[in-house]
Each structure stands twice: as C-alpha cells, then as structure tokens.
Ligand binder design. Structure first.
Ligand SMILES: NC(=O)C1=CN([C@@H]2O[C@H](COP(=O)(O)OP(=O)(O)OC[C@H]3O[C@@H](n4cnc5c(N)ncnc54)[C@H](O)[C@@H]3O)[C@@H](O)[C@H]2O)[C@H](O)CC1
Ligand SMILES: [K+]
Length: 480
C-alpha cells in the first residue's frame, strides 16, 4: 500500500459512511493504547501536534492519555491554521479540558527555549502523510527540539517520524501507523493499529479512486489526453459515437475513426471525424489506422466494428502493431478468440461481458463475486493485462489485485452502455492512468451516470442519456 492509497481509502471509507471523525478517534486511541501497553501509566507525556490531521491524531491521543498520565500538548503553529473539521473538533474538545496542559508555540524562538527534562514520553504528531519536503519552521525547530531528547525520553511518532523521508526527521523509537504498513515507510520500527476500515476497501471502487483517476495532468490543450476510437461498420454507427461522446467529457481531443459509410451519420462537433473509405474496416486500412494511433495517448478498438472476416483480421493486425494503451471492446474481443498471443507485450484493457469472457477464455465466470474475481484475476495474469468483466457487479483485475464496482442498475442493460463504458475507460487511459485504475474508475463513472439517469427517468433510458450524464457524475466525484 502506498501513501496515496491512504487518501483513496479515506474517501471511500467516507462514501461507506465511516466518517473522518471516527478514523481520527481510532487513530489517536490506537497511539494512546500502544504507549500505555509499552510504557505503562503515570507518565509525564509531551505531545507535539502540527496543524494537519497528524496533529489531530495527537489531540485525540492527548485526551485518551490524560486519563492516567500527566499530559502537555504543544501545538506547533497557529491554531487558526488547523486544517480539517475533525482536527478542529478535537482541538476544541481539548481546550475545554482542565487536566491537559496546552501550550501554543507559534514561532521557533519559543520552541528553541523549551526544556523537556523530566518528560518520560514525547509524542511526535507534527507531520504525517501530508508532508511535502523538509520540515519548514516552526515545525523544523520542534523536530530538532524533540531530537535533543532522543535516548533520554521515549519518542513515539504518529503514522511516521515527522520529516520522513527527508534527512531532517524525528529520531523516533517507533511509529504507530494505521491499518496497514506502507511500502514507503522504511528504516524505523512500525506498530500497526487498525482504525476501523472494513476489508471491502481493498477491493471496492469508489470516489476515492475516481478523484485520483480524474486529476488533470497538464493545463495546455491536448495535454489532458488524446484518444482515438476505431469502430463502426455498415451496420453500426451509434456504438463508436457513444464511446466518443462519453470520452469527450474527460479528454481534450477525441478522434473518431470510422468507415465513411457510417461516418456520414456523425455531425457532433465534440469529436474529430477520421473517415476511412468503404463500409467496413479491412486490412487496407491498417497503415492509416496505425498512423493515427501515433498521434494519441490511447486507443479504443471495437465499438460497432462488426464481425466481417476482413475486419477481424484488420483488428488482430492493428492490435499486434499498436504501441499505445488500448481498450479492446465488443466485436474486437471476438477477433482475439484463439489469438490471445497478439496481446503479448501490450498495455490493454479487455471489456467482456460474461458471454464474451466465455468465448475468450473457455469458461463462464460463475458464483459469488469472490469466485468471479478469482477467475478474472487468473486470466488477467495469464494474458498479462487488465480485464473488466461487466456484470451486476463489474469485476476488474490486472492479474495482481482485483476491484469490484457496485454502481449501475438494471436499466443499464439497454444497448450501448457498454460503448459508453469503453469510452470512459479509454479516456482515463489517455489521461495517463494505469489500466487497472482506468478500467475500475470507468466502470464506476459509467454506473454512477446510469444511477443518476435512473434517478430522473426510472429504469427506462437509453445509453445516450448515460453518456450525457457523465459530466454530472464527474462533478459529483470532484465535489465529494
Ligand atoms: N487513513 C489514515 O491512515 C488516517 C490518517 N490520519 C492522519 O492524517 C495524516 C495525514 O494528514 P494531512 O492533514 O493530510 O497531513 P499532515 O498532518 O501529515 O501534514 C500536513 C500539515 O502540515 C503542513 N506541512 C506539510 N508539509 C510540511 C513541511 N515540510 N513543513 C512544515 N509543514 C508542512 C501542511 O500545511 C498541513 O498543515 C496521517 O499521517 C495520519 O496521521 C487521520 O487522522 C486518520 C485516518
Ligand atoms: K508524525
């Protein structure tokens, strides 16, 4: 688990109804419990809190420890700068207490003058996962002050030694970290305490994942993703259009490559048409299609592309030569049946429903989500890419971990929602997301948009309404 996962988990926990207040209470209580387990009671304890949530954990720990110890809480910084609601809430509680001594240290000279002789334990709740760079004043002086007592008092860091990973860091005896160890934390002993996360957070896709996936990478035109969609045939023009429509809300530029016969039906200014002569894709189009793929960040191939032999062979050849991350959807999946080797070395997401999964892998995922997750993970590992198995719960795996998505409703069985999904996944790939995150968040946004449409229209709606609801789903995520 990486530090970024902390923020994804906190947001998804909030989505499940687990409030930041509960998490902070459990974090602070965990710190207090470990200190009393290790060092007993009747101690003289100094707690140094910063103005972020690491400091907030310190406020909670001060309250819990004050019950049987002599506690002094040093706030390093201006109390007006205490950032979050949950930290402010715990600060206000502390100020109502009489047995916890509080000292606000706004500038370094106050800190440098401190004498911590006689304290048995010093708790470092200055900086945690939100640290950026070397400790700045007045926090820096507090780090140095604490380190004067290394070896004399027991030093316990909250979450991680403040200043880590920079060289200017607290010399902690150990850190009490939360729920799981983080791969970035090296070189100091950690004690892990649970803070109330349910196991689902390992696997359930939520607004936390979506917030990170939707982060714009650059601010200039075209920096936020260029996507090529290859689809359409003499029978279908709607599928690639739906994918392009959905994607156009996320990336800067959407190129829609279609045979000119169906392309004539498209007149939407939100996408750039790239017509190919004829009615269906065939091998004669390979060169030009590959040329187009060079100018984009990701490619979707499949929506409405049809199953003609010459098209299926075009698809296999395109996938084999394409150098960009790809979403392989719908009829393009059929072209892979018996030809999975064309995927070797590629970065891709397959988006099969259960029937297409069976055609590709010879067995239909059945049973509980857990059982399905196992088979999807196995097959994803085998082919070296990411599979998004569409269903009541979408299941996504990159062969290492697996996610499941619960958004969406029965109205989504209407034709075309799979095309909207492909468009979202391709757009998120084009934004620079890894396939697992692009696929899981694409499923989340697709279902969320569908749930918003259901809220307005009931369960009878078309895929175009889902595509047009995508910006509202994105807005909801960014404001969550
Ligand atoms: N899910 C969990 O694991 C939980 C963790 N909790 C605690 O929350 C912190 C992360 O809190 P956050 O507010 O994001 O950041 P920090 O408190 O670590 O620090 C930010 C704070 O400090 C200022 N700052 C940042 N860098 C520097 C610097 N180099 N020098 C000086 N000041 C700096 C910044 O401006 C902010 O004010 C995590 O570590 C846990 O302890 C939750 O409480 C419970 C759930
Ligand atoms: K800390």
């Amino acid at each position: 688990m990486k530090i970024e996962d902390v923020y994804v988990w906190d947001i998804n926990a909030k989505w499940l109804g687990i409030t930041p207040y509960q998490l902070m209470e459990n974090a602070g209580a965990g710190v207090a419990r470990v200190i009393e387990e290790r060092f007993g009671n009747g101690l003289k304890i100094a707690i140094f809190s910063g103005t972020g949530n690491n400091g907030g954990d310190g406020f909670v720990a001060a309250r819990h420890l004050s019950f049987e110890n002599d506690v002094t809480l040093f706030l390093v910084g201006d109390e007006a700068k205490i950032r979050s609601e949950e930290a402010k809430h715990n600060w206000e509680i502390l100020k109502r207490l009489d047995f916890v001594k509080i000292k606000v240290l706004k500038d370094s000279s106050q800190i440098k003058a401190l004498n911590l002789e006689g304290f048995d334990v010093i708790v470092d709740a200055l900086l945690g996962a939100g640290t950026k760079g070397e400790p700045r004043e007045p926090v820096r002086s507090a780090v140095e002050k604490i380190n004067e007592y290394a070896g004399k008092a027991k030093i316990v860091s909250v979450d991680l030694p403040s200043g880590y990973p920079s060289a200017v860091r607290v010399k902690a005896d150990f850190a009490v970290t939360f729920q799981w160890d983080k791969e970035e934390y090296q070189g100091f002993e950690r004690v892990v305490v649970k803070i109330g996360y349910p196991k689902e957070l390992y696997h359930l896709v939520g607004p936390g994942d979506a917030k990170f996936a939707l982060q714009k990478k650059g601010e200039y035109k075209g920096q936020n993703g260029k996507l090529l969609i290859i689809g359409g045939s003499e029978d279908y023009f709607g599928a690639p259009y739906l994918a392009a429509k959905a994607a156009s809300y996320i990336v800067d530029l959407v190129y829609l490559a279609m045979p000119e016969y169906p392309a004539r039906r498209i007149s939407d200014p939100d996408m750039i048409l790239r017509p190919f002569e004829g009615k269906n894709f065939g091998e004669e189009h390979l060169e030009k299609a590959l040329e187009l793929s060079k100018g984009v960040d990701a490619v979707i191939i499949g929506p409405g592309i049809g199953q003609k032999d010459e098209t299926q062979s075009f698809i296999r050849k395109f996938i084999k030569s394409c150098e960009k991350p790809m979403v392989i959807d719908a009829d393009a999946l059929k072209a892979l049946s018996g030809n999975l080797d064309v995927l070797r070395g590629k970065k891709f997401v397959l988006t099969p429903h259960a029937g297409e999964f069976k055609i590709l892998f010879g067995e239909k995922p059945e049973g509980s989500s857990y059982k399905k997750a196992k088979i999807v993970t196995e097959k994803a590992k085998e082919i070296g890419g990411t599979i998004l198995l569409k269903g009541t719960y979408d299941i996504i795996s990159d062969g290492k971990t697996w996610k499941y998505n619960k958004t969406g409703n029965k109205g989504m069985t209407t034709g075309g929602t799979g095309d909207v999904l492909a468009g979202l996944v391709g757009a998120l790939l084009a934004l620079g997301n890894e396939p697992l995150r692009a696929a899981s968040v694409g499923a989340f946004l697709n279902g969320l948009a569908g749930d918003m449409v259901k809220g307005e229209l009931g369960e009878n709606f078309t895929a175009l309404e889902v595509a047009k609801k995508v910006p509202y789903a994105i807005k909801w995520v960014l404001e969550f």
